[in-house]
Design a protein around this ligand. Structure first.
Ligand SMILES: O=c1ccn([C@@H]2O[C@H](COP(=O)(O)O)[C@@H](O)[C@H]2O)c(=O)[nH]1
Length: 306
């Protein structure tokens, strides 16, 4: 284990935003039915190993297109897990490839458990280039549902390795309010979680005032996004729900701080399957899917800069 201090996760992610001039996070959510035809056509039978190889190729070629023009990628563990063990090998390859390409990696696993088990998840997924964990990921999405003592092991690993977490505060799905909007005392559950996130960050701020504990807040709830930006001034926000789920540039701008940093906005289907979006399909189509990925990424960058 190296003995130098790891650079903080928030510092690295905000630096990547500054270096690329982008707050776009490209979601890596490979799906069999949506892969471009040139990749699907190579699959022999329905063996998970064949699909896993196609997922690796697809995601690594996306990484080649977007490196240098976005700060981070977010592999969605579910789509890799769906293929069984071969999918997990693919996930590992994609994380390592993204990291070697200089991208900050946010693994979207929405993990958590009782504290002693949470320690194992933290050990697995959190780290930094100088202090990597086994998966080589910089950060992980984490559920707050098991309470404060389930979050603390992640925070300790963030401290030790320079990793980060994104706690689910206000998710983008239509049914998220079923629990998150419930009142507990004079606060909603999501406000209570936001309070915990801010409290845990306070002792851990970098020179720009950001800590390692980020928060997931959906683009589909713009009023709460603005509210939560104020409530969690020390958190980098991970904002999913842009594009395919209906979130637009004006909805997500309140997530950014006065320097245009402090948040990353995720789009998965809208970028990686851009070859089949009506506005791109005719121009690019399956054969030129890399160009469609580039065009969709540049379009999103432009919309978020505007
Ligand atoms: O509140 C949340 C938390 C996570 N997600 C994840 O983000 C992507 C969104 O994909 P799109 O194709 O851009 O809709 C996906 O991996 C979700 O699991 C979210 O959407 N909302």
């Amino acid at each position: 284990m190296p003995n130098s201090s790891p650079a903080s996760f928030a510092t690295r992610l905000n630096q990547a935003i500054a270096d690329t001039g982008s707050v776009t996070c490209v979601g890596l959510d490979p799906r069999k039915a949506s892969l471009p035809a040139p990749l699907r056509d190579n699959i022999q039978g329905d063996r998970p190993e064949s699909w896993a190889a196609a997922y690796t190729q697809f995601c690594c070629e996306i990484i080649d297109v977007v490196k240098g023009i976005v700060p981070c990628v977010k592999p969605q563990a579910a789509f890799f897990e769906q293929l069984g063990p071969a999918g997990m090998v693919s996930l590992g390859e994609v994380i390592r490839y993204a990291s070697a390409a200089g991208l900050v990696v946010i693994t979207d696993g929405k993990r958590n458990d009782i504290g002693s088990t949470a320690t194992a998840y933290a050990d697995a997924y959190l780290g930094s280039p100088t202090h990597p964990g086994p998966w080589g990921s910089d950060s992980l999405t984490v559920s707050p549902y098991l309470g404060r003592d389930s979050i603390e092991p992640f925070v300790e690993t963030c401290d030790a390795r320079g990793g980060g977490i994104f706690v689910l505060v206000k998710t983008s799905n239509p049914g998220g309010g079923f629990l998150q909007d419930l009142k507990s005392g004079d606060q909603t559950i999501y406000q209570t979680v936001a309070g915990l996130v801010t409290e845990l960050n306070t002792e851990r701020l970098d020179a720009d005032g950001y800590g390692p504990i980020g928060a997931v807040v959906g683009a589909t709830y713009p009023a709460q996004l603005a509210e939560l930006r104020q409530a969690m001034p020390h958190s980098i926000l991970l904002v999913p729900g842009f594009g395919a789920q209906g979130g637009a540039a004006d909805d997500v701008k309140p997530a950014l701080d006065q320097n245009g940093r402090g948040a990353v906005v995720n789009s998965s289907r809208g970028i990686i399957f851009a070859h089949s979006r009506p506005e791109f399909a005719q121009k690019f189509g399956d054969a030129n899917w890399h160009d469609a990925v580039r065009a969709a990424t540049e379009e999103m960058n432009q919309q978020l800069r505007g």
